[in-house]
Design a protein around this ligand. Structure first.
Ligand SMILES: [Zn+2]
Length: 432
């Protein structure tokens, strides 16, 4: 039987890129249906008598992370380096994705992938599967069982990739419509379908246009890569010589919407940034991946100042870890590198609070689900982690009273190792 829960602990949640709410102690009250009923300083009347009252005074309770860009089939190949983006795709990624034609492989890896995400405190993921419809369907089934909140997409490619991964446009579009029909909005919106053209080089213009039409008709999300490396941009301009730039390819095909996530966005000119802003497109910042493949560094402050909503993506397997603590660390460190190159205040490095915001509420906003998750707020789903901060190596007790120091310490101490439990919709989905 479902019952109400009251949890006492150190509650920490981002309110904006500059501010957090930190209650020590605070009380998180969770309704029978798994939503946050209250976040308060004083214990609610009768709270201690609740059949499910937990005193976790020494633990940190923070929102589940939102990883807005990663690749399910690449989970096991992270860390394998073979040069730049195109070499890495052809030598490592495409053969690995080809193995997902086997339902047995698809199931085994999907189960492990979602388990790994949950163990790192990630409660929402936006993931590319492969171009196999059945593997994508299996990934949805595994996500459904795991309890995770997931946006999943069948990868769409009809050119410039091995024959075993490409399909004809009508098949790809039909597969997408069928998967949308089956999974979009499943379990009160916990599972969503996201249209996933891999990137412009692997899609003909008619395929991109077809995807744009489905997105409009069905109102679903779109995810793709944009301006990740200079070689990629040159390839795009060879394939689409009549279009103005990389962003223009997606824009003219009708792919840039308020529900579109464009990953990387390292090399955009002012006009392209303006188009992203005008169309309401969101950006996934993937600093680990960008360094690993030597693609470049996204000028975070430039995009942020333009007003484009940004979230963080681990981009596993070019990113080497599904830990959002690791990605936050890399976001801060890469912003310091940019600041070395331009010391003007325009490029001030990210703070730990900003990184924490991007990994939680910022990500939820980028996915347009900030009313459902991303922070500990009344009315949202109870998606959170319990972190045993008593194990952190700190100099004195007062340390725990400063949330900025606490976040920074977790970011630079592989905070995922201290996660004890993870909840989604108030239900335990991971226990160490
Ligand atoms: Zn990617």
């Amino acid at each position: 039987m479902k019952t109400k829960k009251t949890i006492k602990g150190k509650l920490l949640t981002a309110i904006s890129p500059e501010r957090v709410l930190f209650l020590d102690p605070g009380y998180l009250v969770i309704s029978e249906d798994g939503n946050i009923e209250d976040v308060c300083k004083e214990i609610p009347t009768g709270g201690e008598q609740d059949p499910e009252y937990y005193d976790l005074s020494d633990k940190l309770i923070c929102p589940g992370f939102v990883d807005i860009h990663n690749h399910l089939p690449q989970f096991t190949l992270s860390g394998l380096y073979r040069g730049n983006l195109f070499e890495w795709l052809s030598d490592i990624v495409f053969p690995a994705e080809g193995r997902f034609s086997s339902p047995e492989v698809a199931e085994r890896f999907a189960e492990r992938f979602f388990q790994e995400l949950l163990s790192k405190g990630t409660t929402t993921t936006s993931s590319y599967v492969t171009s196999h419809k059945e593997a994508t369907d299996i990934a949805f089934q595994c996500a459904e069982k795991s309890g995770i909140r997931a946006f999943l997409g069948n990868v769409l490619m009809n050119q410039n990739a091995p024959d075993y991964l490409i399909k004809d446009t009508p098949i790809l579009l039909r597969d997408s419509e069928e998967l949308i029909e089956k999974w979009e909005g499943h379990d009160n919106g916990r599972l969503r379908y996201v249209l996933t053209p891999r990137f412009a080089p692997s899609c003909s213009f008619d395929l991109l246009q077809g995807i744009g039409k489905i997105a409009k008709k069905r109102g679903v999300h779109i995810q793709s890569h944009l301006a990740e490396s200079k070689a990629e941009i040159a390839t795009v301009m060879d394939i689409f010589p009549d279009l103005e730039n990389y962003t223009d390819v997606y824009f003219k095909a009708g792919l840039l919407t308020e529900k579109t996530i464009a990953a990387h966005c390292i090399y955009l000119n002012e006009g392209e940034i303006e188009i992203l802003k005008k169309t309401g497109t969101k950006v996934s910042h993937c600093p680990s991946s960008n360094r690993f493949l030597q693609s470049g560094i996204m000028p975070y402050r430039k995009l942020e100042k333009s007003g484009i909503p940004i979230g963080l993506g681990t981009d596993v397997g070019a990113g080497y870890s599904l830990s959002m603590f690791s990605e936050m660390r890399e976001a801060i460190e890469s912003s310091k590198t940019i600041h070395f190159l331009d010391t003007s205040a325009v490029y001030n490095p990210l703070t730990s609070i900003e990184a924490f915001y991007l990994a939680t509420l910022g990500g939820a906003k980028a996915l347009t689900i900030e009313d459902e998750t991303g922070s500990l707020e009344q009315g949202k789903s109870a998606d959170f982690s319990v972190i045993d901060i008593a194990q952190l190596n700190v100099c004195n007790e007062n340390f725990f009273s400063n949330p900025e120091d606490l976040i920074s310490k977790l970011i630079y101490s592989n905070g995922e190792n201290y996660i004890e439990e993870v909840y989604i919709k108030g239900k335990l989905v991971y226990k160490k």
